[in-house]
Each structure stands twice: as structure tokens, then as C-alpha cells.
Design a protein around this ligand. Structure first.
Ligand code: NAD
Length: 363
């Protein structure tokens, strides 16, 4: 197959669909890879890095799209629709449910859309979303520590404390991928860490994992209110798949926090789990203040660590991408039901139920 990797053109998107390591894997499978010039720069990969492993570089966006399979990161934006063509395989995050225009463009042009976010293991886990949650979870603590500094509006607490001075309190609501990775970083810094979840089995795994170094609590209104009061850093990390994030922390609870404390709501991309998180912020202007508490609400946190994120994403996309490239998407899907779940649109039809339901279209 000929594989194309266009440069991402969505605002502030520095990731790229493939790393040089990914190129090596596809070349080994007998495929050609054409990369748009400078596509990797935001992630620290030069054109020469790709040339060195046998990719072709093109200055033409059209050429990077005029291939058998396009590998991207973000869903195409309007300027990219003109490159859609019948039988093109588009392998990327698609998030079609809230995107009627993109869905229509894919259906009309009969593109085969394979969405990273719906490739799903039998356990229900979403392996192509996991690395981005790992990045955001780990970032949430370093961001929180940064905004706790006085010059950033924080109360001047060093999360690890020092000998003779108590460490800061980190409270994490949600013990999934984001929450667990946040806990790892907070423990690493030496903070006092409390994590809450409604899933007690998950809390028992956390208890085993951290050997008593993290306090686990059942997530309910009482426990949340009690822990939020003394939190220096509060991290929102809940998810109810397919739904808006539940609002678990009320504005009254935020009012009980000391001034200069910090809230990082990673779940802001699903509407946020904290009442005072009422807007999405950007990397260039990431925080605002409510009741003297610094609020961080960036919905695309991994974009700020593009190199790590690109490598983490490529690690998990390449194995499925290779199956598609080696066998064609039909045979690959027949052989692997996990991959089959990723197919959202094919030959002018929606083949993923939640997307069809979202648009009121037949499935
Ligand atoms: P996950 O499914 O691994 O974990 C979610 C956890 O929330 C689960 O353990 C679940 O039991 C728990 N939960 C559900 N209801 C709860 C409640 N009432 N109280 C406490 N816990 C509850 O999900 P994840 O991968 O960790 O993702 C968490 C959120 O972070 C998602 O909304 C995801 O979209 C978001 N996210 C945001 C960014 C960003 O850049 N802002 C990046 C990656 C992920």
C-alpha cells in the first residue's frame, strides 16, 4: 500500500501521524510512506529523519493525501475535505458523533473511516486513547505544581514539602488511566495523595499498586467535600463512557479551598466534573480564577507534550495500521474484531451504531 501522512493543520496541533520508527515498520511490511514536508517538526522529527528511514517527502499536501491510506492524528477539518476520494482509507481520531459536516463529507466521498477512538478491546478498554490519558494524567500534576507557585497565582506550596515541612495534599477524583497516572506523579513528588472512585475494585487495585502510599476513598458527596477542603491540588479525572462527565465537586466545595489552591480538571473535554469549570481554556491562556482558586481547563493537554504524545500514539496505532496495510481493511476486520470496531464509515454508509444514532441515520 501507499501510505500518506499529511501535516496536521488544526490550530495548535503539533503531533504527527507517524514517527520514523513507524515508517520502518510499514516499510518492513513492503509499504511506501509519503510524508508532507515539515509534518514532524512540531514533534521534533525533521524531514531528514524520515528520509533516513526510507520515507518519501513531498511539499504537496495533495500528494500526501493521494494515496491508499492516510494516517493522521486529528479529524480532518473543512480545508481537508477536498482531498477525500472513493476507497481512501482514513486512519485517525475521527470523533464523528458531534461532527455532522465531516460525517457527510466522508459519506459523500465514500472514504473508509477507521477511528482510533472506537477500536476497542473485549474488556471495553480503548487502547488508542490510553496513551493520551497517560500523558494528560502525568501532566496534570506537573501543571498543578507549576500553578501552585506564587508567581503563577498559587499559594506557594511545594508539593513534596521538605524535611520539617509537610508536603502538599493532592486529591484525585477518578482512578482510571488519568487518575492512576496522576497518582504516580504525585507520589513521585512526595505529595500526600488521596484518590476517590465509585469503583471499589479499582480502588483495591490502586491500594495494591501503591502499597499504602496512596489513600483510597469511596467517591461520594461527603468524602469529596471532606477531602476537597484540604486539597492544595484537586485533579478531576472521571469518565462515564459516552456521557457528559458527572458534576461531582460543587462551587460550595471549591469555596472551602484555601486561596491559591489549584484545580486541574482533565475531564473538561467531557464537560468537566467541577461546577466552577464552566469553560474550556487554551495552552496560550490556560487558567482563570474562581473564589481565589486557580482553575486549569485545557481540553487537549497532550498537545503541549507533542513529542511524547506522538511517540505514544504511534506505538499503539502502528500494529493495527499494519494489519490494515498488509491485508486490506476488509480482511483485517474479519480477522480481528477489535480492529473491526474502529470502522465508522465505509462506502457511503455509517457502520458504527453510536455514530449513526448521533446523526439519526440508518446503521
Ligand atoms: P477511565 O475510564 O480510565 O477512568 C475514569 C474513572 O472515573 C473510572 O475509574 C470510573 O470508575 C471513574 N468514575 C466514574 N464515575 C465516578 C464518580 N462519580 N466518582 C469517582 N470516579 C468516578 O478514563 P480516563 O482515560 O482516565 O479519562 C478520564 C477523563 O479524562 C475522560 O473524560 C477523558 O476524555 C479525559 N481526558 C482529557 C484529556 C485532556 O487533554 N483534557 C486528555 C486525555 C483524557
Amino acid at each position: 500500500m501507499i501510505i500518506g501522512v499529511p501535516k496536521e493543520i488544526k490550530n495548535n496541533e503539533n503531533r504527527v501521524g507517524i514517527t520514523p520508527a513507524g515508517v520502518v515498520a510499514y516499510k518492513k511490511g513492503g509499504h511506501e510512506v509519503i510524508i508532507e514536508s515539515s509534518a514532524g517538526l512540531g514533534s521534533g522529527f525533521t524531514d531528514q529523519d524520515y528520509l533516513d528511514v526510507g520515507a518519501q517527502i513531498t511539499k504537496s499536501t495533495k500528494e500526501a493525501w493521494d494515496v491508499d491510506m492516510v494516517i493522521k492524528v486529528k479529524e480532518p477539518i473543512r480545508e481537508e475535505y477536498k482531498y477525500f476520494k472513493e476507497n481512501l482509507i482514513l486512519y485517525t481520531y475521527l470523533h464523528l458523533a458531534p461532527e455532522p459536516e465531516l460525517t457527510k463529507a466522508l459519506l459523500e466521498s465514500k472514504v473508509t473511516g477507521i477511528a482510533y477512538e472506537t477500536i476497542q478491546l473485549d474488556s471495553g478498554a480503548l487502547p488508542l486513547l490510553t496513551p493520551m490519558s497517560e500523558v494528560a494524567g502525568r501532566m496534570s500534576v506537573q501543571i498543578g505544581a507549576h500553578f501552585l507557585e506564587n508567581s503563577k497565582g498559587g499559594k506557594g506550596v511545594l508539593l513534596g514539602g521538605i524535611p520539617g515541612v509537610a508536603p502538599g495534599n493532592v486529591v484525585i477524583v477518578g482512578a482510571g488511566v488519568v487518575g492512576t497516572n496522576a497518582a504516580k506523579m504525585a507520589v513521585g513528588l512526595g505529595a500526600n495523595v488521596t484518590i476517590l472512585d465509585v469503583n471499589i475494585t479499582r480502588l483495591s487495585q490502586i491500594d495494591d499498586m501503591f502499597q499504602g502510599r496512596v489513600r483510597t476513598l469511596a467517591s461520594n458527596t461527603y468524602n469529596i467535600a471532606e477531602t476537597v477542603k484540604t486539597a492544595d491540588l484537586l485533579i478531576g479525572a472521571v469518565l462515564i463512557p459516552g456521557s457528559r462527565a458527572p458534576q461531582l465537586v460543587s462551587k460550595e466545595m471549591i469555596q472551602t479551598m484555601q486561596k491559591g489552591s489549584v484545580v486541574v480538571d482533565v475531564a473538561v473535554d467531557q464537560g468537566g466534573s467541577i461546577e466552577t469549570i464552566d469553560r474550556i481554556t487554551t495552552h496560550s491562556n490556560p487558567t482563570y480564577e474562581v473564589y481565589g482558586v486557580v482553575h486549569y481547563a485545557v481540553a487537549n493537554m497532550p498537545g503541549a507534550c507533542a513529542r511524547t504524545s506522538t511517540m505514544g500514539l504511534s506505538n499503539v496505532t502502528v500494529p493495527y495500521g499494519l494489519q490494515i496495510a498488509n491485508k486490506g481493511y476488509r480482511q483485517a476486520a474479519l480477522d480481528n474484531p477489535i480492529l473491526a470496531k474502529g470502522i465508522n464509515v465505509v462506502n457511503g454508509k455509517i457502520v458504527y451504531k453510536a455514530v449513526a444514532d448521533a446523526h439519526g441515520l440508518p446503521y
